[in-house]
Design a protein around this ligand. Sequence first.
Ligand code: MN
Length: 497
Amino acid sequence: MDVKIFDTTLRDGEQTPGVSLTPDQKLRMAIKLNELGVDVIEAGSAITSEGERQGIKNIVSEGLDAEICSFARAVKVDIDAALECGVDSVHLVVPTSDLHIKYKLRKTREDVKRFAVDCTQYAVDHGLTVELSAEDSTRTEFEFLKEVFQAGIGAGAKRICACDTVGMLTPESSYKFYGGLAELKVPVSVHCHNDFGLAVANTLSGLQAGAAQAHVTINGIGERAGNASLEELVVALHSLYNVETKIKLGMLYQMSKSVARMTGVYLQPNKPIVGENAFAHESGIHADGVMKKAETYEPITPELVGHKRRFVLGKHVGSHIVREKIKEMDLRVDDERFNQIFGRIKSLGDMGKCVTDIDLQAIADDVMGILPEKPVELEELTTVAGNKVTPTASVKLKINDMDKVEAGVGVGPVDAAIVAVKKSMKDVVDIELEEYHVDAITGGTDALIDVVVKLRNGDRIVSARSTQPDIIMASVEAVLSGINKILSDKKLREAEN
Ligand code: MN
């Protein structure tokens, strides 16, 4: 089986409700799709707009290896627009079901057949490769469908495509349907929609039945529930059917990410192959199994598709998994610190949060950074912020066993809290905040926040960090941890002198 990949992310994919790409975005995406190894890039529909034509022209002028195709209805203006863009081919679409012919076009079957032939002829005469496509073909009387295709092939169409426009096929009927088109003796494209979640399965069936090419989109984006997803199809072909395409599998995760970013259509975490959980394991039996031998709970390696394995540590985590992870991170912790780390994971779990590899690193760093002696400790922190309120914070610190209360205002609650801390420390040690860096290490607004600060005391600079679910707490704790480092250091040096 030799399968060609016709990517329609930039046409059917762009028809996703709410998605519209600029010519520049289309160009960048086309360059990536070409690098990924797709055979055909359907770059858009040239008739749509001036911007669309500019986008397609820019893609054509890149001189990519992939065939560049424009969607066209069976009307001459559409083909002229495609010709103006200089594309290699047109995906020439005629509706063939009576439902579409009667209610959408208000024409007859004979009309449709004539449009298909005339436009194929016209496009071929002007040097375009024609892939003649039947819209709603799976609800079309099969004999009439073949008649239209045959007439189109007679007029010079090099390939045909049968669209399951509203996703009505099943894997069984798809096999029969596309198998029945094999007798037309030109390459057949499978174009499936995912209304019942069967687009990839139906596409695989169509290919098994003899179709040569699959129409797909990155992340399966497209009208309504979308199209067959490129990444699911090619990985299933590779891993389950032993069929290779020209797709560079290792680029799939990165490709998926950039399409999500560019279109604003983000994936559900459990999306196969490229979802954030596709290679994530929860703590119990699965994580243990995967650590011993990845194949126990992974059908393919994350590396195959450029993804990464992730262990999520929640409240059910066993201590041996945490120990194992800490060993992998090359950290040496004594029992007391291990218990602190383990306790932090458990209590975050109790707060309904899970801890990823990166979170664990941050927690461990934080715990390791805890000094045996803490000259300054936070007793209370209050912040006020909002609309038409001056961001204000008050802190109560225990400094060398003496309470100190101060308040501060700032541009926001974090700033106000740091101002209050600095005021409290005024008579104790002179502190300048040189750098402040914040990262949300897990997704979502309930993410763990990692704050790294650099503090200056005279010519001495220390860096410190804190990881907490709350950004203000993380900021204050990071600064206090830095202050404690400076104070402990001072004490040590004084003792030495
Ligand atoms: Mn479609």
